[in-house]
Design a protein around this ligand. Structure first.
Ligand SMILES: [Mg+2]
Length: 201
């Protein structure tokens, strides 16, 4: 691998993996008789905490992790969660010029699964998975990891992460999603795009 390539970090959930539509909501809706839908999701940062509680179904962190882990067991053939539109084409193109890694806030127990899913879906164009450890008190933020790794670009779908990164001079390509489309914030380091194929680096 050419180690002189500039690096880009890429978020996992809803940036590469259609986790909410294909994985979280079908399981949660079946288990809790809720009717959560992707297109009306206005808070994606933690769909379990925020949306489930809005639906008057309390859920503990332990229960949440248990649901995730049982879902991983079901996704052993990696066919349940699809890739976000145009992400495969764009990632394969970018991998010729950039070193690509994943940076996710998923629980550290999911890193091995995430690495396998990512390598399988993106034909080994993405090398590694970093975790920002949000489950352990946000000790290591996404911008900390970018700075430690010397990374100056990230592809994201979460406006709060995008703002945190942008303030640290990391350029963010923010994919349009139901939970960020109405966010009014602007920043010179945030480039809003509708789809992966609009990303021009
Ligand atoms: Mg995401």
């Amino acid at each position: 691998m050419n180690t002189n390539k500039e690096r880009i970090l890429i978020d996992a959930d809803e940036t590469t993996a259609r986790t909410i539509e294909d994985w979280v909501y079908p399981i949660v809706n079946a288990e809790y008789w809720t009717n959560l839908s992707f297109n009306t999701t206005l808070n994606c940062r933690d769909v379990f905490w925020s949306l489930i509680q809005e639906n008057w179904v309390p859920i503990t962190l332990e229960k949440k992790i248990k649901i995730f882990k049982s879902a991983i067991a079901q996704d052993i053939w990696k066919n349940q969660i699809r890739t976000v539109a145009w992400s495969v084409e764009k990632i394969l193109e970018l991998s010729e010029w950039y070193q690509l890694d994943i940076l996710t806030a998923r629980h550290p127990d999911l890193i091995e699964y995430t690495t396998n899913w990512t390598q399988y879906k993106y034909n080994w164009a993405i090398a590694k998975v970093f975790s920002s450890n949000c489950y352990y008190g946000w000790k290591v933020s996404k911008s900390d990891i970018c700075k430690n790794e010397g990374v100056k670009m990230m592809i994201e779908d979460d406006m709060d992460y995008a703002l945190e990164l942008a303030k640290e001079w990391i350029k963010v390509y923010l994919l349009k999603k139901p939970w960020n489309v109405q966010r009014p914030e602007k920043h010179r380091n945030i480039v809003k795009v509708d789809w992966w194929n609009e990303i021009k680096i």
